[in-house]
Write a protein of this length. Sequence first.
Length: 218
Amino acid sequence: MGILGRISTLIKSNVNDAIDSMQDPAKEIDQMVRDMEEPAQKARAEVGQSLADARRLGRKATDLDGEIAQWQSRAETAVRAGDDGLAKEALKRKGEKEAERAETQKAAQEQEVNAENLQNALKTLDQRLKDVKLRQGTLRERARAAKGVSPLSGKTSAFDDFERMSSKIDSVEAEAGLADELEGRSAASVEAERKLNELAAGNSVDDALAALKKKLGG
């Protein structure tokens, strides 16, 4: 399960059920907080990595732009020299670099989307953590008190405030759902891009050469 899924599952968990099964609420509530902090820390690290990857891929795309321009220039030079074979080879290499640049740009966008979705989920989780920590002492005392009353009253009093405080669950679920949707679109986009690249590669290099000759002759 990815970090987004872990965060969503964590926040959707039923706190009352968890407290009912605790043998030592004072100690186990502390563990509950730690269990929330761990995925938050990992998510922050993943955000940083995703942004770094996006920047790296952006630099690679820029480098590929330069290579594409070089192959275009070589093709033009070959046409002027009357070497159609060399011109066609240069145009072929240019097409390969263009396909690589398209894949690189797509990968960079996916990393940016991943970072954005993680940041949105983190906002909700961090707010919940902040609220829990502020009231952690009170929650421990209420959990201890709940152990001393009837099961019926304990269920309705131990963590009522905690559950009200957790009203942001729906927003995290929506964010996680958006991440799944984006992931699906991302996969579809990659496949579509692959097919388009295949079609582009299948176009006759002779056509590209003819267009270049027309351009240079015009």
